[in-house]
Design a protein around this ligand. Structure first.
Ligand SMILES: [Zn+2]
Length: 124
């Protein structure tokens, strides 16, 4: 099963591992006993499938205090514009179609751990 997942969802799995790693660090720094939910912002240019990411997150979080927590995935829109004429693009492009200028990517490639909901009460 694990091999199958890694084969098909290798992209999502690597992102899930990074999310779990970082969420665990934040949770531990805050003295969490259990994590209830994690909210992440994923840039659309990363081409993440949210369903697969969620599935991989559940797999990657097993055996940690993140186990059985929810993952909320927000997709950030791509924000690409020509540095020369300012024309906006929502898809990756190397050179501006209008003027041939270089484009800069301001959004859409980010992965942000936005919020983490923890339980840290003693005795639960
Ligand atoms: Zn341009």
């Amino acid at each position: 099963m694990a091999c199958l997942i890694l084969k098909h969802f290798v992209h999502e799995m690597s992102f899930a591992s990074v999310i779990v790693e970082n969420a665990l660090r934040v949770a531990e720094e805050n003295g969490a006993k259990k994590v209830k939910s994690v909210t992440v912002v994923v840039g659309e240019l990363l081409l993440i499938n949210p369903d697969q990411l969620e599935f991989c997150y559940q797999v990657a979080s097993q055996g940690t205090i993140l186990e059985n927590s929810r993952i909320e995935i927000e997709v950030a829109k791509a924000d690409i514009s020509c540095v020369n004429c300012g024309k906006k693009y929502s898809q990756p492009i190397y050179l501006c179609e209008d003027c041939g200028g270089f484009v800069s990517v301001k959004g859409g490639k980010e992965m942000i751990l936005k919020k983490i909901e923890i339980e840290n009460r003693d005795g639960g």
